[in-house]
Structure formats: C-alpha cells, structure tokens
Ligand binder design. Structure first.
Ligand SMILES: CC(C)(COP(=O)(O)OP(=O)(O)OC[C@H]1O[C@@H](n2cnc3c(N)ncnc32)[C@H](O)[C@@H]1OP(=O)(O)O)[C@@H](O)C(=O)NCCC(=O)NCCS
Length: 213
C-alpha cells in the first residue's frame, strides 16, 4: 500500500480515505474510491471505477462490478451481487435475512453459521433510490429504477420503474434512467436517446425489451 498524493491510501490503484475500514482480504479495482468511514468487509470484490460513499457498508464476500456507486450510508449485506453500472442511493438497504432473529429459541446468540443469508441481486445499470429497502433474495432487473423510499418485496423486471411499499410498477424507464413515452401498440420511446422498446407478454406483469439503440 502507498500514500495517495491527495490523501488516503492506495491499494493497487484504488483510493481509500484515511477513516475508511477496508479489510485486507477485500479486492478493489483500479480507480475505485472508498470514502470516509465506509467499511468494506473481508472477501468483498469491487471492480474498477466504483465509488463507495461516506459511511457505506459492503458485507463479506459481496460481489460488485465496474462503475458502481454506493451513496452515503448505503448498506449492502452479503451475499449481494451488484452488476456493472449499478447505483445504490443514500441510506438504501439491501437486506439478507427474510425472518431475522437475534437469538435462537434456546436464547443463544445467533452467529453467521446459524442462518442462511439470502442476497439481493441488482442487475446491470439498475438504480435503487434513496432510503429504499430491498428484501432478501430479490432481483432488481437490468436498468430498472426503484423510487426513493420504496420497499421492494418482489423481483423487479428489466426497465421497470417501481415506487411505494410494497413497490409497484408505475412505468418504464430506458437505459438513460428517464421514464419512457408511450407510442401505442406496446411500443415505448426514450425522450433522451430516442431508443425504442417493446412490451412482451402483455403490459401488466409483462416485460420490456430494447428494440434498437
Ligand atoms: C420514482 C421517481 C423516478 C418518479 O419521478 P417522475 O417520473 O418525475 O414521477 P412523478 O413525480 O411525476 O410522480 C408520478 C407519481 O408517482 C408518485 N411518486 C413519485 N415518486 C415516488 C416515490 N418515490 N414513492 C412513492 N410515490 C412516488 C407521485 O406522487 C405521483 O403520483 P400521482 O400520479 O398519484 O400524483 C422519483 O420520484 C424518484 O423517487 N426518484 C429517485 C430519487 C432518488 O432517490 N435519488 C437518489 C439520489 S439522491
């Protein structure tokens, strides 16, 4: 490890601010920054050009791709998997235990080996809004957007825009993150990029696919 000219420690080519706590068994890709008071636990793997904000937490063995942002105080519990380009908003929580208990029925403290952690998966390019909670084991689809404060209790399809508790789909978003505009006949267009999308299997409960770029 070396000292960074702008403060903090360089681990490989990653930058770790002085008050951050990064386990030496974690792996950080080049260009990744771990900000103040963030914690990255043992065996976590983060790709290139990630940003882990102040006070964020990355659990043991969590897998994180490239260009992922964890905003301040985001909590990512193991064994979560975050693909490339994922955004986790401030104070959002990716949980890992559906039926949590501190102690077992005999009164003893439950240790990590006493229960099966169930991780959240966030697929490529998806975003989770501020203070949202994702229940253990759920998958957020590619480029989906979870609104601020949502509680995600079911899997979220690719490109879905979901809000509320429990989170429900109120629209579709494109790769740029903006809500898509309906063009009729199950076709949708991104006002930012012009990309066209089509619903499959019916709008409700169905899915959206990108037709062209
Ligand atoms: C979900 C979101 C993308 C919707 O934005 P939008 O497309 O501009 O939608 P609107 O503001 O027009 O709202 C549409 C409807 O959804 C509701 N809504 C919007 N955001 C909501 C949320 N987070 N939770 C619950 N309902 C929400 C609105 O009240 C409105 O309901 P109505 O039609 O009954 O009046 C946005 O509100 C949001 O939460 N973005 C995430 C912000 C965030 O956490 N950023 C993190 C970085 S700081």
């Amino acid at each position: 490890m070396n000292q960074s000219p702008s403060g903090g420690t360089l681990m490989g080519e990653a930058r770790i601010l002085p008050s951050a706590d990064v386990d030496e068994r974690a792996t950080l890709g080049g260009g990744t920054t771990i900000w103040h008071l963030a914690q990255v636990r043992e065996d976590a793997v983060l790709g290139r050009d990630c940003i882990v904000g102040r006070g964020a937490y990355v659990g043991p063995g969590v897998r994180i791709g490239d260009r992922v942002k964890l905003q301040n105080h985001a909590l990512v519990y193991e064994p979560a998997v975050l693909e490339d380009g994922v955004f986790i908003g401030p104070a959002a929580v990716l949980t890992n235990d559906l039926y949590p208990r501190s102690a077992d029925v005999d009164g003893g403290l439950k240790r990590p080996g006493d229960w099966d952690a169930l991780g959240v998966t966030v697929r490529e390019g998806a975003s989770v809004g501020a203070r949202a909670v994702v229940v253990a084991g759920r998958t957020i689809g590619r480029h989906a957007l979870v609104g601020a404060g949502a509680v995600v209790t079911r899997d979220v399809p690719d490109f879905a825009l979901v809000v509320g508790s429990p989170a429900k789909r109120i629209g579709w978003v494109g790769r740029a993150g903006e809500p898509l505009k309906p063009e009729g006949d199950g076709r949708w267009r991104c006002p930012r990029t012009g990309e066209e999308y089509a619903e499959k299997d019916g709008a409700s409960g169905g899915r959206l696919i990108l037709l062209n770029r």
